[in-house]
Design a protein around this ligand. Structure first.
Ligand code: PMV
Length: 308
């Protein structure tokens, strides 16, 4: 069985596409995949009830991504791949990267290969490129490695040692969002008004630097303030929606120390930080049925997600 983690971006989404740092954390929810020998290549995705032949469904991005991954294994047997997806798709939780990582690990397992997280992440980037024109690589890297880390395109992941776990709540606006489109929209704004957008990215850069310290020093109050600031900048880049604004406000009113959209934006998920587990529960209750609490800690093994 191969596993790819979902992720939340704590700080720095979008700026990371342009070379600035972001901070991301793996969450316990993700994608489990298995691969077995078969007469023809086939992939099944649950709970979506989706069955694809990578050769035959070329108009489906998922089938094209699958074909891109299968071509990395010359001389392999035909495979029946089954993926169980625990993440909402297109919601900013790194669903597509987690599927890619899980399938690569499942194929490696059936072929008796053993590779590092870094090698898996590199191959998963080819998969990601089918879905997003210009991925930064943060989703596939965190999906493979887990933990909490600073990420830049140049340096990759640098793990952050947390003073203590942080209590996050993830809320889903249920509005469909396309990371490809929001990344393209920010790129257009950057082309049109380079000075303004560069200022935004530099502000995000300084938020990330302060957030690394706040994570190491275990200062959830500072983290909350930094989340609010990061969210304001993302809103000014037109990445928020009235629903995401209402959810961030509801989270703060329920006691969250700060809240922001996470991932591509334009819909999808938001996150809020709470001082402790019981406050996180109160915030979760304010964010609707599909919200869940995630306790994020330094190492992959310590991450613990409690479903609502
Ligand atoms: O929406 P997601 O989960 O794919 O996260 C995207 C994060 C971005 O910074 C917006 C894009 C990227 O490639 O880093």
């Amino acid at each position: 069985m191969g596993f790819g983690r979902g992720k939340v971006i704590l700080f720095g989404e979008h700026a990371v596409v342009h070379g600035y740092p972001a901070i991301a954390a793996g969450i316990e929810r993700g994608v489990h995949a298995s691969a077995t020998g078969a007469e023809e290549d086939i992939a099944e995705f649950d709970p979506w009830n989706l069955r694809l032949c990578p050769g035959a469904n070329a108009e489906e991005p998922l089938a094209r991504a699958l074909a891109a991954i299968l071509s990395l294994y010359p001389g392999r047997p035909r495979l029946h791949i089954r993926a169980n997806v625990e993440l909402p798709a297109g919601a900013g939780l790194g669903c597509s990267a987690a599927i890619g990582v899980a399938i690569l690990r499942a194929i490696d397992e059936v072929l008796g290969r053993s590779r590092s997280d870094r090698e898996i992440a590199a191959d998963a980037l080819r998969w990601e490129k089918v879905f997003h024109g210009n991925p930064s690589g943060v989703d596939n890297a965190v999906s493979a490695a887990g933990g909490v880390a600073r990420y830049t395109k140049e340096d990759g992941l640098i793990p952050i040692h947390l003073g203590a776990p942080i209590h996050l709540v993830v809320g889903n606006s249920e509005e469909p969002s396309s990371t490809k489109e929001t990344v393209a929209s920010v790129a257009r704004q950057y082309e049109r008004n380079r000075q303004r957008v560069t200022k935004n990215f530099e502000a995000i850069d300084s938020i990330v630097r302060n957030a690394v310290l706040a994570l190491q020093e275990c200062d959830p109050v500072a983290l909350g303030q930094l989340m609010d600031m990061n969210h304001m900048i993302l809103s000014s880049l037109m990445l928020s929606t009235p629903k995401l604004e209402a959810m961030c406000k509801a989270a703060r009113e329920a006691g969250a120390l700060g809240a922001k959209l996470t991932g591509g934006g334009g819909g999808g998920c938001m996150i809020a930080i709470a001082a402790n587990a019981s406050q996180a529960e109160t915030v979760r209750a304010a964010l609707g049925e599909s919200a869940f609490v995630t306790k994020v800690a330094s190492s992959a093994g310590a991450i613990d997600t409690e479903a609502s």
